[in-house]
Design a binder for this molecule. Structure first.
Ligand code: NI
Length: 255
């Protein structure tokens, strides 16, 4: 039976400190078959790789989020590379550009984005791309440095035209809770034009809970609401969305 493939979670977040084990222990009974836990900050580069060893259905991605790249230097980059080669690490991420929070200078963000793309190529791993308010620079860097790489543009927030461009480059589009929002029109259009064969389901939990949980702490057990919204847009069943996106995730991350 098909089960939900959660392609983007942050269970190392402190928001799960109270009930992490119980919650992760309830994934299978809630229909969640696979969880990829994504690194964001420097501490998670160690924590996440260890955490996923405790759960047979969990895998990890290792990389530094653009808001956090100020913590990187050459020595730490070497450690990052070592972590990427550990068991159950299936991708480099999340990496990219974030001009919304603008936490680090654009030059620094670009530098470590490119370096981490090159690392993924060296290790033959797919990439998980974070891009917010930085559509143009992200596309330019991807065209120059991500040719032949595979991966997902996570929490896609741009136009359907740009989604189609990334699909043409061979990338998947990550769709999460925003597709259930009343004001999520742009993402609904993206879900309409991107073939189901190119979509991954994700939460980005603890953030971005779908309706009817908007504003609450998110978790992978809410993904059926996201799958149903996509099914409604595409005119297919929720089961078909779950089955195809599970196949997509397993194929991309070689699970
Ligand atoms: Ni994330």
């Amino acid at each position: 039976m098909a089960m939900i493939f959660e392609s983007h979670a942050h269970y190392d977040s402190h928001q799960f400190d109270e009930d992490r084990e119980v919650l992760l222990g309830s994934m299978q009974e809630n229909g969640v078959g696979t969880v990829v836990n994504i690194c964001a900050d420097w501490d998670s580069v160690t924590e996440v790789v260890e955490m996923v060893q405790n759960y047979p259905f969990m895998y990890s991605a290792v990389g530094l989020h653009p808001d956090e790249v100020g913590d990187l230097d050459e020595e730490r980059f070497e450690f990052l590379k070592t972590q990427c080669q550990k068991e159950k690490v299936v991708a480099v991420g999340e990496i990219g550009l974030d001009y919304y929070w603008d936490n680090e200078s654009h030059d620094l963000q670009k530098k470590w984005f490119v370096r981490q793309l090159e690392l993924a190529r060296e290790l033959s791993l797919p990439v998980i791309i974070h891009s917010r308010d930085a559509a143009e620079d992200t596309l330019q860097i991807m065209k120059e440095h991500a040719q032949g790489l595979r991966g997902v543009i996570h929490c896609f927030s741009y136009s359907k035209e740009l989604a189609e461009e990334y699909v043409k480059m061979g990338f998947y589009i990550g769709i999460g809770g925003v597709v259930t929002f009343k004001n999520g029109k742009k993402l609904k259009e993206v879900a309409e034009v991107v073939p189901l064969e190119r979509i991954l389901l994700e939460t980005d939990c603890p953030y971005l809970a779908p309706e009817p949980y908007r504003g609450k702490r998110n978790s992978s057990i809410y993904i059926p609401h996201i799958a149903q919204a996509i099914a409604d847009i595409k005119g297919c069943t929720c089961e078909e969305v779950v089955a195809q996106t599970e196949a997509n995730g397993k194929e991309l991350f070689n699970i």
